[in-house]
Design a protein around this ligand. Structure first.
Ligand code: FAD
Ligand code: NAD
Length: 466
């Protein structure tokens, strides 16, 4: 049987477009199907615009603190329209680059909504009256916000996508959920002058990270005026004439806006998966084996659809892996690719301060693990970055197996996201502190803190009390 495409990909987000680009590079004919602009959540409603908003917020905070660096500055009004023009400019530039790459690789883009079909002619993607047949199908439709049944209206009760399009900032906002999205928005809104109440059901913010780092983040947010409520699930919320009314543990909090950031559920709802023979778990994730193969032969899944961390770079890794695996299965590549393990995927929360980590926490590594904390108060670069008067600097935590390799690196502090590449190499290469001890880090850089923590683990601390 002939197929017009070697691979058809449903969803052009991080996972889908990475798969398309690599598959085309390997000589496969590719259809990429999406009814929204290429790039998906990360580029248009996620990673990139939130980090641009965070950067604008950091500029405002820096100007507000300018006098403590000896620089005179007057803080003017925040102009949301200009701020949106800046964030749209960043997104637009990257979007144009992606469109160009996709066109240059000869990928067929079908700008329609699709569903999976499978019959005796094999799998395909149906858009309107057309079925696009392919030898392999990749599902990469991402995830959508959980709303807990709250009446999201995009104006007062918001998802993160709505919050990124606000043309006027709320004076008072409640952020529901102290995970990654909630903490990033609480941080940036606080720095833009919004009075934020941050509500988290668990007993700490960003509960997947080291408890001590959650505490440092909480202190820093409280220091900037954020009202952090822990162990406090929201009961109900409703839009009122002039804002929202939110019930938090029996108390009513009035605000101009409520951001609902309590997780994202895989977008498997209307894809026709079960009818086609693709199993979906109770959590809505597509069931896959260790090679991202679904329960239907020739149909694969990638990115947020697959249970595990919902991260753009994991989506890229899935997409690249699947392109290479499909090329291998179709006899177009001799290489048998390996799927990167979720455990080695780095995570960053871009609040101020940032949290960045890879590998096992001290608790996960078990009672025999060796743990060292290097405080950034001893790091020259961290001291330079910190505005005089700011209490928090940060910590580098290394976790190693007893006498063995480093299995976890956990960072909190300003700009520590930039260290996560080195941290991922240490964990990925199963480095021991002795491997790292002889590698010279430039001075003054934040990277020296990783070297210092390694020296401490190797039994020869320098700028640290031994
Ligand atoms: C506010 C926010 C901030 C984030 N920040 C970061 C960050 O800093 N770093 C990070 O690593 N991750 C971040 N993420 C997570 C990241 O965006 C996702 O993990 C990533 O986008 C997942 O990629 P994906 O390809 O699986 O899905 P998506 O990027 O969601 O792409 C799925 C695509 O499928 C399309 N689609 C869905 N259904 C259909 C259909 N039936 N037919 C056709 N097309 C369809 C959608 O339109 C979409 O374009 C953030 C997410 C949010 C919401
Ligand atoms: N920097 C990044 O990499 C980045 C940024 C944003 C989003 N993301 C991805 O997007 C995904 C979704 O982010 P998210 O923050 O929505 O989810 P999340 O799972 O990170 O956090 C949701 C939080 O909401 C809390 N919660 C749930 N129900 C609640 C309730 N009724 N009341 C109070 N708190 C409640 C949970 O305990 C949890 O801490 C994340 O898993 C993340 O991987 C990544």
């Amino acid at each position: 049987m002939t197929h017009p495409f070697d691979v058809a990909i449903l969803g052009a987000g991080s996972a889908g477009y990475a798969c398309a680009l690599r598959a085309a590079q390997l000589g496969l004919s590719v259809a990429l199907i999406d009814d929204t602009p290429l790039g998906g959540t990360c580029l248009h409603r996620g990673c990139i615009p939130t980090k641009a908003w965070l950067q604008a917020a950091k500029v405002r905070r820096t100007v507000a603190k300018a006098a403590s660096f000896g620089i005179g500055a007057t803080l003017g009004d925040t102009d949301p329209a200009a701020l949106l023009a800046y964030t749209d400019g960043v997104v637009g530039q990257l979007h144009r680059g992606l469109e160009g790459l996709i066109a240059q690789r000869g990928i067929t883009v079908i700008r329609e909504r699709g569903t999976l079909v499978a019959d005796d002619r094999g799998p395909g993607i149906e858009t309107g009256a057309t079925v696009h047949r392919a030898r392999a199908v990749v599902l990469a439709t991402g995830a959508a916000p959980v709303t807990l049944g709250l009446p999201v209206d995009g104006a007062r009760i918001l998802t993160s996508a709505d919050a990124l399009r606000l043309t006027a900032l709320p004076e008072r906002a409640v952020v529901l959920g102290g995970g990654v999205i909630g903490v990033e928005f609480a941080s940036l809104w606080a720095d833009l002058g919004v009075h934020v109440t941050l509500v988290e059901a668990m007993d700490r913010l960003v509960p997947t990270e080291e408890p001590g780092h959650s505490r440092i983040l909480t202190r820093a947010l409280k220091g900037r005026g954020v009202d952090v409520r822990l162990g406090a699930p929201v009961d109900t919320a409703e839009a009122t004439d002039d804002g929202v009314s939110v019930q938090i543990g029996g108390e009513t909090v009035a605000a101009d806006a409520l951001l609902v950031a309590v997780g994202r559920r895989p977008a498997t709802g209307d894809l026709g998966l079960e009818g086609a023979g693709v199993a979906v778990s109770d959590s809505g994730h597509v069931v896959v084996d260790g090679q991202l193969q679904t329960t239907l032969k020739g149909v694969f899944a990638a990115g947020d659809l697959v249970a595990g961390p919902q991260l753009a770079h994991r989506g890229y890794a899935h997409g690249l892996f699947l392109a290479e695996r499909i090329a291998h299965l179709q006899g177009r590549s001799g290489e048998r690719p390996t799927l990167p393990r979720d455990a080695g995927i780095p995570r960053v929360t871009y609040s101020s301060p940032q949290l960045a980590s890879v590998g096992l926490t001290a608790d996960q590594a078990g009672p025999d693990a060796e743990v060292v904390d290097y405080h950034l108060t001893g790091n020259g670069r961290a001291q330079i970055l910190r505005a005089p008067g700011d209490r928090e600097t940060g910590v580098v935590r290394l976790v190693r197996r007893p006498g063995g390799e480093i299995v976890g690196v956990h960072l909190v502090g300003d700009d520590v996201a930039e260290l996560i590449g080195e941290a991922a190499l240490l964990v990925g290469w199963q480095a021991t502190p002795d491997d790292v001890a002889g590698i010279v880090h430039a001075h003054p850089t934040l990277g020296e803190a990783i070297a210092e923590a390694n020296w401490a683990l190797a039994g020869r601390p320098l700028h640290m009390h031994g």
